[in-house]
Design a protein around this ligand. Structure first.
Ligand code: NAD
Length: 499
């Protein structure tokens, strides 16, 4: 019997009753792992109503008790780390090490949620005016929703619902329809750890279900991660329906290589950061800007990149796995063709790659692809490719490199490799990108900071995890308080006599 993906509604795992059916496919061999039927309108209404009720009860639970749920959950995720990694690897095609990394980055956010009591403390000012004290509380919003992409099916749901619920909200998760198995397993573990039965709802489906959440009057906030056009739609539709929205979008991340950078560090970092995870990371480096003599590194980059070989999840030699879908592979292959036709120099063409393992012959494989002589007008530069493709550009100076990056509409991540502190400082000050690495290729901030993409990579104000997420998932209430002596009939006069 084919596995059916279930929805978690009001504490019960149930089959979808909607119209759309979607297969969950192993991208390494096209085997169907499970089928899913989207949530019906009625199921969505039931989920929102259950979440509303859960919120009214959960908001009464003290923050240290909510933190204890997160402590249990963190422990459970660690105990199941290998199991989740294996499931994730099969559902996404990621290598086992990469899949475990996906889970681990999520566990780190749950660890942050364990300290929620101190993070939710407000501010106080005694005697703000004569006899008047002021203080503020952070209170939860109500029902929050999260819509997540395929590329980090553990980490990104874990960016959202642990912090939202630790803050006292209830949550509805709508995972990517391409890999819903890990989000479901994570939700099961959350419930097993003692989460109240209707605190977290998991609904499956696509745009129809997302739009129903975005327009539902009882949902107070929406967190989204995915592609740029969808992020913009989510931000505008959610905002028009008076919701607080944070929408994380696509990217085009540049690495500037200065002529004084350490060559082997640059080459290693560049190869891993561009083709790792088949380039399907929102923080992948997809463009290297080689300043001045750094262009002499091109043959070395080409040689090292050529050595990387994609493979199945449990092949310890595999550099990365397949693309998530046949449609994705076709899209990336089309962009490679367009790059060639537009005059970029294709130093490595991954479309030629054939996997040796015949059981995986039908997978969505694409070898490492490298282009030189890329210009900003080319489609391969203008679009987010989201595949194992690295573009090389050249610049005469750091200023010229900064001009290229700052003109790019995206602003998720970037990095500079240099041995000059002055160059690094100029770069970090002047670049209009929200996450900057200095001799670090993929500068994803740890959960005590926040994930701070800029420009077209983010729509909203408060970012994911860290202090900003606590602000996102709470409302500030400020109290101004004055007590009068003897204001209750018969109460003793407690006035302190000042001498
Ligand atoms: P996607 O936009 O196709 O899908 C994301 C989610 O939106 C899914 O749950 C999907 O069901 C839903 N969705 C898709 N089309 C919709 C529509 N028309 N209306 C409403 N909902 C819709 O993204 P993806 O392909 O799953 O993920 C890859 C993208 O995510 C890349 O662009 C990547 O850069 C981006 N991403 C960004 C970050 C970040 O932090 N900035 C992190 C990870 C991924």
């Amino acid at each position: 019997m084919m596995q059916q993906v279930k929805h978690l509604i009001n504490g019960e795992w149930q089959l979808g009753e909607g119209q759309t059916m979607i297969d969950v496919v192993n991208p390494a061999n096209q085997n169907v792992l499970a089928t899913q039927t989207a949530a019906s309108d009625l199921q969505l209404e039931r989920a929102v109503a259950a979440a509303e009720l859960a919120f009214l009860q959960w908001r009464e639970v003290p923050a240290p008790e909510r933190a204890r749920l997160m402590l249990n959950f963190q422990h459970s995720l660690k105990l199941h780390h290998d199991e989740l990694g294996e499931l994730l690897a099969q559902d996404t095609g990621k290598t086992f090490a990469d899949a475990k990394g996906d889970v681990w980055r999520g566990i780190e956010v749950v660890e942050q949620a364990c300290g929620i009591a101190s993070q939710m403390m407000g501010e106080t000012l005694e005697n703000a005016a004569r006899g008047i004290d002021c203080y503020s509380y952070l209170q939860p919003l109500g029902v929050c929703a999260g819509i997540t992409p395929f590329n980090f099916p553990a980490m990104i749901p874990l960016w959202m619902f642990p912090l939202a619920t630790a803050c006292g909200n209830s949550f509805i998760l709508k995972p990517s329809e391409q890999d819903p198995l890990v989000p479901n397993r994570i939700a099961e573990l959350f419930v097993e750890c003692g989460a109240p039965k209707n605190l977290l709802q998991v609904l499956h489906g696509g745009p129809k279900q997302v739009d129903a959440l975005l327009t539902h009057p009882d949902i107070k906030a929406v967190s989204f991660v995915g592609s740029a056009p969808v992020a913009e739609h989510i931000y505008h539709t959610g905002s028009q329906h008076n919701k607080r929205v944070q929408a994380f979008a696509g990217a085009k991340n540049h690495m500037v290589v200065m002529p004084d950078a350490n060559a082997s560090q640059v080459v290693n970092a560049l190869v891993g950061a561009s083709v790792g995870a088949a380039g399907q990371r929102c923080m992948a480096i997809s463009v290297a800007v080689l300043v001045g003599d750094a262009k002499a590194l091109i043959p070395q980059i080409q040689m090292e990149m050529k050595k990387v070989r994609p493979g199945v999840w449990n092949d310890p030699e595999a550099g990365y796995g397949p693309l998530i879908s046949a449609a994705s592979k076709q899209r990336v292959a089309g962009l490679i063709q367009q790059g060639i036709e537009e005059g970029a120099e294709c130093l490595l063409d991954g479309r030629d790659f054939r996997i040796a393992d015949l059981t995986a012959a039908d997978g969505n494989w694409l070898g490492p692809t490298l282009f030189a002589n890329v210009t900003p007008e080319m489609a391969i530069y203008q679009q987010e490719i989201f595949g194992p493709v690295l573009l090389l550009m050249t610049a005469d100076s750091l200023d010229d490199a900064l001009t290229v990056i700052n003109r790019n509409p995206f602003g998720n991540g970037c990095s500079i490799f240099t041995s000059s502190g002055a160059a690094a400082r100029t770069f970090q000050r002047e670049v209009t990108v929200g996450q900057v690495g200095i001799n670090v290729p993929i500068p994803v901030p740890l959960p005590c900071f926040s994930f701070t993409g800029w420009k077209g990579s983010f729509f909203g104000d408060l970012h994911a995890y860290g202090k900003q997420a606590v602000r996102f998932y709470t409302e500030t209430k400020t109290i101004t308080s004055r007590w009068f002596d003897g204001d209750v009939a018969g109460a003793p006069n407690m006035t302190i006599q000042l001498k």
